[in-house]
Design a protein around this ligand. Structure first.
Ligand SMILES: [Zn+2]
Length: 246
C-alpha cells in the first residue's frame, strides 16, 4: 500500500501557476504560537497518561504500535495540505531556521524540495513499518537488535514533517480548520518521544517554544482564568536570524 498523498509534483513542472512573487513564509512571525491557536486542541486530558508503557505490555510492541500510528497520522495530516507543498512553494525542507537535507543510503547529502523530502520520509517509514523482519506482527517473532535505532530514525524524520507543517503550512491548516488536530498530534508525539528518549532534544529544540505551550496541561477555562490572559512565551530572538543545516 502506498502512502496517501493528494498533491503531486514534478521536478520539471514550470511555475505557470506560481503566484507572483510568492515566497515561503520564512520571514513571517510564528502564527502557530498565538494563544488563539495554541488553545485549540482536540483533547485536553493529560497526554502523558496516554504514552506511558502499560503494565504487561512489551516495550518494543508499544514502540512499534505507537510509531506506526504516528506515521499514519502524520502522513494523513500532511496529505491535507500536500497540494500546497510543491517544489515551487517549498524549494527546501525548512522548519524555523533549519534546512533539512536528505542523506541517501550511501550517506550522500542531497538538497531536495520539501515535497521530495516528505516523499522520501514517508516511503522509508512505510517500508520499515511494513517489514515483518523489523516490525514483526506474528506471535513469537522477535524484534531485531536494530529496532530501537530504526524507531528513533523514523521519529526523527516524522518530527521534521511536523515542524515543516507548522513552519510552512500553518495558515493552510487553519484555513482547513485542522489546527486542533495538528496541535493534538504534535503534543502527543512530543510527549511520546520524550517519554522514551526517541529524538535528540537538539533536534526538537527548534520547536521548544511551541512544545512548552502545547505539552503543558490545557489552560483553565476562561471563567477561572485571571483577567489578563497569560501571554505565550515569545519565540527566542536568538534563533531568528541563523539558518541551520542538518
Ligand atoms: Zn511545504
Amino acid at each position: 500500500m502506498r502512502f496517501k498523498r493528494n498533491g503531486s509534483y514534478t521536478l520539471n513542472r514550470k511555475s505557470k501557476t506560481k503566484p507572483n512573487g510568492k515566497k515561503p513564509p520564512a520571514e513571517e512571525k510564528k502564527q502557530y504560537l498565538e494563544p488563539e491557536f495554541t488553545k485549540i486542541r482536540v483533547v485536553d486530558f493529560d497526554l502523558k497518561e496516554l504514552v506511558v508503557l502499560p503494565r504487561e505490555i512489551d516495550l518494543n510492541e508499544w514502540l512499534a504500535s505507537n510509531t506506526t500510528t504516528f506515521f499514519n497520522l502524520i502522513n494523513l495530516q500532511y496529505s491535507t495540505i500536500s497540494e500546497f507543498c510543491t517544489g515551487d512553494t517549498c524549494q527546501a525542507m525548512t522548519a524555523c531556521n533549519t534546512i533539512y537535507y536528505w542523506y541517501d543510503e550511501r550517506g550522500k547529502k542531497t538538497k531536495c524540495t520539501a515535497p521530495q523530502y516528505v516523499d522520501f520520509v514517508m516511503s522509508l517509514c512505510q517500508k520499515l513499518v511494513t517489514d515483518e523482519e523489523i516490525f514483526p506482527t506474528k506471535y513469537g517473532k522477535e524484534f531485531p537488535n536494530s529496532f530501537e535505532s530504526l524507531v528513533k530514525k523514523i521519529c526523527r524524520y516524522l518530527f521534521h514533517v511536523l515542524a515543516h507543517l507548522y513552519w510552512a503550512h500553518f495558515k493552510e491548516t487553519v484555513a482547513l480548520d485542522l489546527q486542533g488536530h495538528l496541535n493534538t498530534l504534535y503534543a502527543h508525539f512530543i510527549v511520546f518521544v520524550r517519554e522514551f528518549n526517541l529524538v535528540d532534544p537538539k533536534e526538537t529544540c527548534i520547536m521548544d517554544d511551541l512544545s512548552e505551550i502545547l505539552c503543558t496541561p490545557a489552560p483553565p477555562p476562561p471563567a477561572q482564568a485571571p483577567s489578563s490572559s497569560a501571554p505565550a512565551s515569545a519565540p527566542s530572538p536568538s534563533s531568528q536570524n541563523h539558518v541551520t543545516e542538518r
